[in-house]
Design a protein around this ligand. Structure first.
Ligand SMILES: *Cc1c(COP(=O)(O)O)cnc(C)c1O
Length: 404
């Protein structure tokens, strides 16, 4: 049967909302992946900042195998040990005192936005409902989260969309100060806009947002779905900025490749989601929580986190060296192992072409918008894989430059 399954099958049986690459990967180990034809790839994409410990990390495989023989699923009619364990670890490692588990990033944000509305309605009345978000932000694809996101193309055709959402220019503190009011219930910020092109929030912007939220009794939500779990070299990016949110959402790398999301908050705010107000059948499932708990244990170690910063420096040095020779990029930026390379004129709009050429060379990368090639490899990618992958990237850059 396996031989009859190939890329053409996608067009025959799948909803056409994705345009997957022409290859079909079948196996991964560490930072290497192999496709149906046995061709090998170095993985600088990390499943979009998900596989933070690489593919099939032996410790995660073991956690999954052990739990798979204990208990898979109960629903939230009963609680379970792995979920409680993971929640305890998240509270111990962060500002949080309470955790809500979901199955994805969008669902974690959905819970965050619902909590912000519910808490604010209960404490200040129904007029306090405005959510302030930022242009180019990405918060997920449910109708609420896509409406909070700041890319109009993602809501076009899905109207009517949820109301009471304001979009402002990112990193523009004056505009936030002008628009925020006592009717604002939450301000939601990605510490680094990921899908929006790897654009970091400035420290003064985060600090200013914190002050303005306090002044207007609005909740500060950090969407750390992409920046969390060691990605920036801190366990969560907020730890590097010194600005503490009221609600934090995480997903992607939280499970190291297994689907899970979480909303972290304080005891006081958590009371806003009283019994029956919100829920999920799978959320906090023992199988995923057992794997995520092991992933968190492995990631939240000083040596792993400092390794992310060291790898960042290596990437930046090598990419800048390459760019001096080939000169495709106007900017190379990012933190930790979330790196964006912005194409300069006349290569604007060709990030996807570079991605395809990199894949031809045996390298998996990502894009973040039409102009930015994004790298989000495993946090423990071996150094030889970094050097080798950069070499493959250089071949792809040359191919794009000379147009073959
Ligand atoms: C990926 C992402 C989401 C959505 O997560 P899903 O698991 O795809 O629902 C939300 N916010 C940010 C910042 C993300 O990067």
């Amino acid at each position: 049967m396996a031989t009859e399954i190939n890329r053409h099958t996608f067009d025959e049986v799948m909803v056409p909302n994705y345009a997957p690459a022409q290859i079909v990967p079948v196996r991964g180990k560490g930072s290497r992946v192999w496709d149906q034809n046995g061709k090998e790839y170095i993985d600088f994409a990390g499943g979009i900042a998900v596989t933070a410990l690489g593919h099939c990390h032996p410790e995660l495989v073991k956690a999954l195998q052990d739990q798979s023989e204990q208990l898979w699923h109960l629903s939230n009619v009963w609680t379970n040990e792995p979920a409680l364990q993971l929640a305890k670890m998240l509270c111990a490692a962060t500002f949080a005192e309470r955790v809500y588990f979901a199955n994805s990033g969008a669902e974690a944000n959905e819970a965050a936005f619902k909590l912000a509305r519910k808490y604010s309605h209960e404490h200040y009345g129904p007029d306090k409902s405005e959510i302030i978000a930022f242009n180019n932000a990405f918060h997920g694809r449910t109708l609420f989260t896509v409406s909070v996101g700041g890319q109009p193309k993602y809501t076009e055709g899905f109207e009517p969309v949820p109301q009471g959402i304001t979009h402002l220019p990112f990193n523009d503190l004056a505009s936030l100060e002008y628009h925020i009011s006592d009717e604002t219930c939450a301000v939601v910020i990605e510490p680094i806009q990921g899908e929006g092109g790897i654009v970091a929030a400035e420290k003064v912007f985060l600090e200013g947002a914190r002050t303005l939220c306090d002044k207007h009794n609005a909740l500060l939500i950090f969407d750390e779905i992409q920046t969390g779990m060691g990605r920036t070299g801190e366990l969560f990016a907020y730890m590097g900025s010194g600005v503490v949110p009221d609600i934090l959402t995480t997903a992607k790398a939280l499970g190291g490749g297994i689907p899970i999301g979480a909303m972290l908050t304080t005891q006081e705010l958590a009371a806003g989601l009283a019994v029956g107000s919100h829920g999920s059948t799978y959320g906090g499932n023992p199988l995923v929580c057992a794997v995520a708990a092991r992933a968190l244990e492995l990631i939240n170690q000083p040596s792993l986190l400092s390794g992310v910063t060291q790898r960042h420096q290596l990437f930046m040095e090598e990419l800048n060296k390459l760019n001096q020779q080939i000169g495709l990029f106007s900017d190379i930026r990012g933190q930790g192992l979330l790196i964006g390379c912005e194409l300069r004129q006349p290569w604007h709009g060709q990030a996807r072409d570079l991605l395809t050429k990199a894949q031809d060379q045996g390298l998996m990368t990502l894009i973040a918008g039409p102009d930015v090639v994004r790298l989000a490899p495993s946090l423990i990618i071996p150094y030889p894989d970094i050097y080798n992958g950069i070499k493959r990237l250089s071949q792809a850059m040359l191919a794009l430059k000379v147009g073959y």
